[in-house]
Design a protein around this ligand. Structure first.
Ligand SMILES: Nc1ncnc2c1ncn2[C@@H]1O[C@H](COP(=O)(O)OP(=O)(O)OP(=O)(O)O)[C@@H](O)[C@H]1O
Ligand SMILES: [Mg+2]
Length: 211
């Protein structure tokens, strides 16, 4: 339907509904006739999924913040060169659940003040920002309650206190100001379908303004 590729990312604190909304948007866009790739970070390509297991499983102190940043950047490079960029070049819509903004927050803010290193590595090794970033903003207490409803070996939410989640929320809102041209903030503290309807409206507006 469209011949121009687009790169759309979802960001926000843990449990805010990124994966839910990314999936619903992908379904909606496919129904509209678009060629859509739904992917996620860390991971998204075979090599990056292997790195995902290294960074998300095991002892939380397994890696220093710096090593973790290098692993995330290596995974993103593989994801970008093997999946994301070729898909954009072939005119597909790439929807990615978390991307570099999550690294700016988690490695750049929560595990030490590495933001400038995050940006330097990003410029050097990734060199591209999304066309549109949807920030699902919500109260961390609500996110915690949702995340606790799930189980799995990758859950790290409980390791982060509410104070840190408040800091993350503020950090994401600051990123939205810093990159105001590509960020759109959506209130995630509502029913799933209401959030999805606003996501669709934002994406439709983006596509019609850039095609
Ligand atoms: N608007 C909503 N209202 C109520 N529950 C929701 C809403 N959106 C998502 N959920 C539920 O909350 C939980 C977390 O949602 P989801 O996995 O989409 O969040 P996430 O942002 O991807 O989390 P994480 O950062 O941990 O990957 C899921 O069980 C999901 O079904
Ligand atoms: Mg998720």
């Amino acid at each position: 339907m469209t011949s121009k590729g687009h790169f759309i990312t979802f960001e926000g604190i843990d449990g805010s509904g990124k994966s839910t909304q990314a999936r619903m948007l992908a379904d909606h866009m496919r129904d509209q006739g678009y060629d859509v790739i739904l992917t996620r970070e860390p991971g998204g390509s075979a090599g990056a999924e292997e790195i995902r297991a290294l960074v998300l499983q095991g002892d939380p102190d397994r890696w220093s913040a710096e090593t973790e940043l290098l692993l995330f950047t290596a995974a993103r490079r593989d994801h970008m060169e093997r999946l994301i960029q070729p898909a954009i070049d072939s005119g597909q819509i790439v929807i990615c659940d978390r991307f570099a903004d999550s690294t700016r927050m988690y490695q750049g803010l929560s595990r030490g003040d590495l933001r400038s290193k995050v940006d330097t590595l990003h410029d050097l090794m990734i060199g591209r920002e999304p066309d549109l970033t949807i920030l699902i903003d919500m109260d961390p207490g609500q996110g915690l309650a949702r995340a606790k409803g799930r189980q799995g070996t990758e859950e790290r939410f409980e390791d982060f206190g509410t104070d840190l989640q408040e800091k993350m929320r503020a950090g994401f809102l600051a990123l939205a100001t810093e990159f105001a041209n590509r960020f759109r903030i959506i209130d995630g503290g509502r029913a799933i379908n209401d959030v999805a309807a606003e996501v669709q409206a934002v994406v439709t507006a983006h596509l019609s303004s850039s095609d």
